[in-house]
Design a protein around this ligand. Structure first.
Ligand code: AMP
Ligand code: ZN
Length: 492
């Protein structure tokens, strides 16, 4: 199916095809590794994950590059305060970031590019701009991009910068959102600061030049799609376009993909508002990784998502419903006759699912199509009217669904335990909800031993002991289900 996607640059919904006919070349701005990732960050990374998974489901190969910003003002400030070299300081947050991506079942990009490992690419790009008089060196040794030399400045964010003052400058990473100033490509070191000795002088790169240099290094001077959160549109992406296109005289990225910001309880997420959550905060409160993934991808990327705990509870239920349905479907005895009405419903759901995703990644409609089928198929299972062929078709749709949404496999307990162990190592056990501590106090082996003991008690008709074990497990968040095939257990 052809995938159509909104392009910020043209404000149109356009077909997405690899320019080279082979792989769709994607650059997505990655994290600045100075702290743990918050759920807003992950909303953006998750929608980039949905994009690549939808492309793959439709047979499009993806070459996806993500940068790690491992040097910037905040990193230098924090590392200095912690008395650590910046590499040591950023390493722990980079590792945590990838652990968080794994927790949320985010596929790894093909290429991860660290800023500190691409300094020479950045220096070369600055030299290329300087050769055209589009970069200049200030008195302190910093280099700036001359935006007056790029008349198309503002074309992505649709801001009008016709009154640009040549030479007005900004030298920090924390930019003024509305004015256009010459921005730093290279920053001369302040006393005591970390720096690289290079052909353009001592210093360290500005944030924007990183992404231009690394995108071009791995994807070429022109590539297919550039992604990030909506806050990056200006000035970051606007500046990336200005530097790259002035250097190469080619279109930098053909397609721009921006994910709308996440709100929490109706407000902008911020530490001072007390509504700021990292992924780890939520895991320690006892929320499931699968439900967090499902919630953060539930609303299409161009619409605002308002995160609430009620919403998260609803998603926990939705994931549960899907998993139960999936298991139930596997265990039925199929009816001899094909259920024609259900077959038509499966067909409709499948078409609706694929069409919704191909239409600007409409995750909400794609989910709705599948949930409607779950309702219909549950009714058919109650009536015992699902044939082998019906079942195979539903399973195929569920498999496609899961290639994109990735919530069927239950690894939630594993991730919860992972977060708990991290909290223990970091001395953060006071942040762990009591029921989470209780739930995780039993290992799988211990649970199975208790179940075996309960089975034995039942065999000798010691029902009091059997009930006692069931209750003991329940208190620790372990639910037992007695079935014909034996006892199944799951964590709440
Ligand atoms: P940072 O580590 O701050 O550079 O951000 C990493 C990514 O998360 C960028 O693509 C940001 O645009 C994105 N981002 C930051 N805050 C939010 C938010 N509240 N909602 C959605 N995306 C966000
Ligand atoms: Zn970037």
């Amino acid at each position: 199916m052809t995938i159509r996607l909104f392009n910020t640059l043209t404000s149109n919904i356009e077909e997405l095809r690899p320019l080279d006919g082979e792989a769709l070349r994607v650059y997505a701005c990655g994290p600045t590794v100075y702290d743990y990732g918050h759920i807003g960050n992950f909303r953006t990374f998750l929608h980039v994950d949905i994009l690549r998974r939808v492309l793959e489901l439709n047979g499009v190969k993806v070459k996806h590059v993500m940068n790690i910003t491992d040097v910037d003002d905040k990193i230098i400030r924090n590392a200095t305060a912690a008395g650590l070299p910046i590499g040591e300081y950023t390493h722990r947050y980079e590792r945590a970031f990838f652990e968080d991506l794994d927790t949320l079942s985010v596929e790894r990009p093909e290429i991860i590019a660290r800023a500190t490992e691409h300094i020479s690419d950045m220096v070369l790009l600055i030299q290329r701009l300087a050769a055209q008089n589009l970069a200049y060196k200030a008195e302190d040794g910093s280099w700036y991009f001359r935006i007056a030399g790029f008349p198309e400045y503002g074309k992505l964010s649709k801001k009008d910068f016709s009154g640009i003052t040549d030479g007005a400058r900004v030298d920090v990473d924390e930019y003024d959102k509305d004015s256009a100033r010459d921005f730093a490509l290279w920053k001369a070191p302040k006393p005591g600061e970390y720096f690289w000795e290079t052909e353009i002088g001592a210093g360290r790169p500005g944030w924007h030049i990183e992404c231009s240099a690394m995108a071009m290094r791995y994807l070429g001077e022109s590539f297919d799609l550039h992604a990030g959160g909506e806050d990056l549109m200006f000035p970051h992406h606007e500046n990336e376009i200005a530097q790259s296109e002035s250097a190469t005289h080619k279109v930098f990225a053909r397609h721009w993909f921006h994910v709308r910001f996440l709100l929490v309880e109706g407000r902008k997420m911020s530490k001072s508002e007390g509504n700021f959550y990292t992924l780890r905060d939520l895991l320690l409160k006892g929320h499931k990784a699968s439900a967090i993934r499902f919630l953060l991808t539930s609303v299409p990327y161009r619409q605002q998502l308002n995160f609430t705990f009620e919403g998260l509870a609803a998603e926990t239920g939705a994931v549960e419903r899907l998993r139960t349905f999936h298991q139930r479907l596997q265990s039925i005895t199929p009816a001899a006759q094909q259920n024609e009405q259900l077959a038509a419903e499966i067909h409709r759901a499948s078409q609706g699912f694929h069409a919704a995703l191909a239409n600007d990644l409409n995750t909400a409609e794609a989910r709705a199509a599948v949930f409607e089928l779950v309702r219909q198929a549950n009714a058919a299972m109650d009536a015992g009217t699902i044939s082998l062929e019906n079942r195979t078709e539903i399973q195929k749709l569920l498999s496609d669904f899961d290639k994109v949404f990735a919530v069927l496999e239950d690894r939630d307990a594993e991730w919860a335990r992972f977060a708990l162990e991290w909290a223990e190592r970091e001395g953060r056990l006071d942040q762990v909800a009591p029921e989470v501590k209780a739930q995780l106090s039993l290992s799988d082996g211990q649970i199975e031993a208790l179940i075996a003991e309960r089975n034995q008690a039942r065999r000798v008709r010691n029902f009091a002991r059997a009930d006692q074990i069931r209750n003991e497990l329940l208190e620790k968040g372990i639910i037992l289900e007695d079935s014909k095939e034996g006892v199944r257990w799951k964590r709440k």
